[in-house]
Design a protein around this ligand. Structure first.
Ligand code: NI
Length: 209
């Protein structure tokens, strides 16, 4: 009964005001093996951005990213096959300096181009591949074109650690997981073994994306 009431209020409030973060919903995290993680997600239209469902989803992305302890989250990871991802990288949270920081950012319909093809390697983790770390090399400097949550076109240049985080997140929108990007699958490790044997290697530390 209480749950029904909350559900009813949630729907009613969404019709009137936005975002309704106090009514955000924690959604089930999809893990490797779920087909939604292997699909190319649908692009959003500006009409979509005005719909209650997508407004609610955008609000939920932030709550879910924080709930699951990620520094990034893509909509397919919570079962929604649309081109929407979020990243929040606090300065000082990683060992690569403040230039890699990014305030909470919503990426809609993102596309990127590589500015510097030189690759850099990090041990990546992923909320959809829990308990594992894998060594992945990706271009170290990219430029991303995307819409923000209001449909305004934006451009972001990302280097170093942030470039890896952005590419990892965008991969989720096209059906790719970081394990697909590994050149040497011998460098796939459980987290405990990673800490025991590779503890000094460049890593996303406790961060998952
Ligand atoms: Ni991920």
């Amino acid at each position: 009964m209480i749950l029904e009431l909350i559900g009813y209020l949630r729907e009613k409030l969404r019709e009137k005001v936005e975002p309704v973060s106090i009514f955000s919903m924690i959604r089930t995290l999809c893990r490797m093996g779920h087909p939604v993680l292997r699909q190319t997600a649908r692009k959003l239209t500006r009409e979509d951005l005005g719909s209650p469902e997508i407004r609610a989803l955008i609000a939920d992305m932030r709550e879910n990213m924080h709930h699951y302890g990620g520094i990034g989250l893509a909509a397919p990871q919570i079962g929604e096959s649309v081109q929407l991802a979020v990243i929040e990288l606090e300065a000082g949270k990683n060992r690569y300096g403040s230039e890699d920081a990014l305030p909470y950012t919503v990426f809609i319909n993102p596309e990127f181009e590589v500015i510097d093809v030189t690759e850099q390697g990090f041990w990546e983790g992923c909320l959809s591949v829990p308990g594992l770390r894998g060594y992945v090399e990706r271009p170290r400097h990219i430029r991303v074109k995307y819409w923000d949550e209001n449909g305004v076109e934006k451009i972001l240049e990302a280097k170093n650690f942030l470039a890896t985080v952005v590419q990892h997140e965008l991969d989720h929108l096209f059906g790719h997981l970081y394990v697909d990007r590994m050149k040497d699958t011998r460098l796939l490790s459980f987290q405990e073994e990673f800490q025991q044997f590779y503890g000094q290697a460049p890593t996303l530390d406790e961060d998952n994306v």
